[in-house]
Write a protein that binds this ligand. Structure first.
Ligand code: 3HC
Length: 283
């Protein structure tokens, strides 16, 4: 099986930085790339803060923290990921942008390098078709916050080879995650179920059925969810929730997936959740 020692990650947002932390904590070398140097700085701060929680709990010491951070190299050069054994694209949830990034970096990669995408919902088969290596292209979907969440969805496109699926499944296990294999379909499994539930909570809020706090309390206390759907939407990002709902709506042509107008309004107003400090709650 293909050995993976160095991971290139494109995009230093919440998901990219979380994936970088999980990989570095497992002893892998990481090259974290983002065109915005400020995003790289923020990502290193986030990883540092997340590791500090572990130091506080005495599950990690300062030397361990320093070693993890040392394994994360950052760069704003798109081709910085060229020597990686596996490249994980974790850019904004926008198909045209993802294709542009994939086509820009692919010529710099070795022919055997696997490309994975952390897309939340976009077709793996379609993204793979934009590359010259659809057999070595796969969906590797992590969950937020990456260091805490145990699941990784491994999504195979129509041409993804078994060897590619095996290599990334092995990687997910090496990161201490539980992989599930999923066929390519809009939203895969988890977001196909989760995002419509969150969208329905936004409809309930918009219709004035209850306050945000009451809706969230309902799902926490009534269904034992760790946080309510509106607080979860703030964590995921309202822009990501909207992007997933739009993909589901367009892919299935079914009105049950129409994004709640309130969600669209809030995204238009720049209220994206925790990352902008304003969403259904203030931070
Ligand atoms: N890094 C490291 N550890 C973290 C962390 C981080 N960023 N965030 C939380 N933790 C740890 C805490 O240290 C704590 O550990 P302990 O139990 O060992 O002390 C534990 O997680 C719980 O944290 P807190 O007590 O601070 O807060 P909560 O009890 O509210 O838990 C949570 C936080 C784990 C995020 C919890 O609220 C939760 O599970 N929420 C649901 C998350 C979820 O559903 N994510 C999936 C989103 S969907 C997605 O990502 C897909 C995408 O495509 C849209």
């Amino acid at each position: 099986m293909q050995t993976i020692n160095t991971i290139g990650i494109i995009g230093a947002g919440a998901m990219g930085s979380g994936i970088a932390q999980a990989c570095a904590a497992s002893g892998l070398q990481v090259i974290l790339q983002d065109v915005q140097p400020a995003a790289l700085e923020r990502a290193l701060k986030t990883v540092g803060g997340s590791l500090d929680r572990l130091v506080k709990k005495a599950t990690l010491d300062e030397a361990g923290k320093a070693a993890i951070l040392q394994r994360i190299q950052t760069s704003s050069e798109p081709t910085a990921v060229a020597k990686a054994d596996l490249v994980i694209e974790a850019a904004t949830e926008n198909e045209a942008l993802k294709i542009k990034i994939l086509q820009a970096i692919e010529p710099a990669l070795a022919p055997e390098t696997i490309i994975a995408t952390n897309t939340s919902s976009i077709s793996i088969t379609r993204l793979a078709a934009a590359t010259q290596r659809p057999d070595r292209f796969v969906g590797l979907h992590f969950f937020n916050p990456v260091p805490v969440m145990a699941l990784v969805e491994i999504i195979s496109g129509l041409k993804t080879s078994q060897a590619t699926q095996d290599a990334v499944t092995e990687l997910a296990r090496a990161l201490g995650k539980t992989p599930i294999g999923v066929k390519n379909s809009a939203g895969f499994v988890v977001n196909r179920i989760l995002c419509p539930m969150i969208n329905e909570a936004i409809f309930a809020l918009q219709e004035g059925l209850a306050s945000a706090e009451e809706i969230d309390a309902g799902m926490k206390l009534g269904c034992n969810h760790p946080i309510g759907p509106l607080a979860l939407c703030d964590l995921i990002g309202l822009d990501v929730e909207l992007a997933v709902m739009e993909v589901l709506y367009e892919s299935f042509n079914d009105s049950k997936y129409r994004p709640a107008p309130l969600l669209k309004e809030m995204v238009a107003a720049g209220m994206l959740g925790r990352k902008t400090r304003r969403g259904f709650y203030s931070y």
